[in-house]
Ligand binder design. Sequence first.
Ligand code: HEC
Length: 116
Amino acid sequence: MSKTGIFTGVSVAVMAGAIAYFSGISVSRAADIDATKVYMTHCKTCHGENGHPTDLGTGLGAREFANAEWQAKTTDEQIIKQINNGTPEKMMPFKEKLSQDEIKALVSVIRGFGKK
Ligand code: HEC
């Protein structure tokens, strides 16, 4: 009897450990996204290091992300949609290149440019 009791106790502990382990992985994955790095890799060419468009971006019609008026009138959903779908002949869509978690993380990078 007592042996069974110990065995059950141990397997419950193992199960709990396994659940904590797996959920731990998914939590750290979301937190592991280095949004700034994603931005510097995929967006900087046109939108610039500080959200100030480069010559290339300006030529295509990109806006100043630090602009308070633009920040105020633009919703997170619009930013997510723009990154996903892009604009034909101006900005390429990123929905195939980036995960939705990465795209959401980019919203905070862009919001960060608005805070001076
Ligand atoms: C090839 C140049 C280029 C790259 C690379 C690029 N963009 Fe753009 N982006 C543009 C242009 C040009 C516009 C303006 C499009 C328009 O007027 O519809 C724009 C518009 C936007 C807008 C909407 C601005 C508004 O006025 O509402 C957001 C948000 C945005 N880009 C985010 C990003 C992010 C994030 C990345 C990287 C994942 C990225 N862009 C990469 C050129 C680029």
